[in-house]
Design a protein around this ligand. Sequence first.
Ligand code: TNX
Length: 514
Amino acid sequence: MKRRRPPVLPAPVSLEASDAAPFALEASTAITGDAEAVRALRAAVRARTGLPEVPASRAADATIALTITADGPAESYVLDASAAGVTVTGADAAGLYYGIQTLVQLITPAGDGWEIPAVHIADAPRFAYRGVMLDVARHFHPVSTVQAYIERAASLKFNVLHLHLSDDQGWRLEIASRPLLTEKASATAVGGDPGGLYTQADYRAIIEHAAARHMIVVPEIDLPGHTHAVSLAYPELVEAPVLSDEIRETARVHGGGLPASGVAYEGMAVGFSSLKIRDDATWAFLADVLGEVARTTPGPYLHIGGDECLGTAPADYAAFVDRVTALVAHLGKVPVAWHEAGASSGIHPSTLGQYWGFVTPTDGMDDKARTFTDLGSSLILSPADAIYLDMKFDADSPLGLTWARGVTSARRSYEWDPASVIAGVGDEQILGVEAPLWSETVRTLDDIDALAFPRIASAAEAAWSPAVGTSELRTWESFAARVAAMAPLWKSQGIGFTRLRGIPWSDDTEEVRS
Ligand code: TNX
């Protein structure tokens, strides 16, 4: 008889459970193999179980062996557990790291101790790019919060942190060649809350924390709109705000007043600011800023934004995205842009598009997204009505917004497939999936946790797991049960997840099984 399958999140490619005896995890269990992986697993076991670390020399025979064998697809791993021992082999260091994340989820309380059920798991990601985005501009989030979010995301096998570093409300990254940006435009945030900035050393600390968990950082300097903050430092580079009825309405509902040149903006409206697109001084500024961001970022991507340029004439916008993507490519980075940049077929052909329309596209957003694939590049999918973690999860949610088709329930966040969003865009054209968390209503790590968890797990599954319908684990029912089973682990990691309706939470004791 087959034992019930132990919960793993995101769903692995294959998981065979047997009713053979489990592995007993004890303080004397030896953890051997790749030194970096051994350190990572020791720390995770201690956090989950409280078992003390025992020096390898005093360890007993039963062993967890962690090795890298250059076999199998990138980032893949194989995990075998039985009473005799546990082995995790990664095709590379990232694969081994992901095998460890799975192993940590398998640690289960048994009597007074802990065990790992007998399983054979073979696993590999569906998409190479698995991202989370954090908006540190609308509200600033300190390095410690960003690092905590990195840890959370990496444990769900995400490998990209996209940082939204600049917007109308603040400029958050120190630029050595343009110090006025952070000196004059970083002190405030939405709602009059305090702002903040990352020094170059802070930025390095974030990148290193991510790299140690096999994540890269994708910096975004949002251009040519979302640039009101630049007007506090370099007023000559920015057009006067373009006011519309929608912007007046946002000010009426959410406060913050109307934007005025050179004055810090604390509201939530979008689409009123633009750089002076045809001025040489603007391009000297962009060469300085993007050049420096390119030099200080080890990852291959540089995001130039390009969204919601509602106050910019279409011809100016097209000229801008063409030139700025060429500039970024010239700096040796792959440009990334929100899908609106696909309004121009003259963008640099290496530019990756990030689609933020709905799961069922509206307003020709899919046509703009297809520009990127027509040019031979690919897409990152972030459909707002499924994967925007800043949407309210239910009507009572104190945090979050509702513009993306109302509230996004856990079930809605789960029931979509990346290959079914844009006609003609299948797995081959999709580099990956990213879950953005905009921070108009998000001030603290607790706020981040409350909005992101558990819906971030839906995003992880869309990015990592086999397509919906190709695996019996990829159903809402299986997902809900597996999410519910994560509660004790998430609690031990200090994650303040929300007990969303529709998920059978049952973690009053440690006796949680799926
Ligand atoms: C849309 S979608 C935005 C952001 C807002 C967000 C709030 C996109 C690329 N831009 O400017 O923060 O909605 O959900």
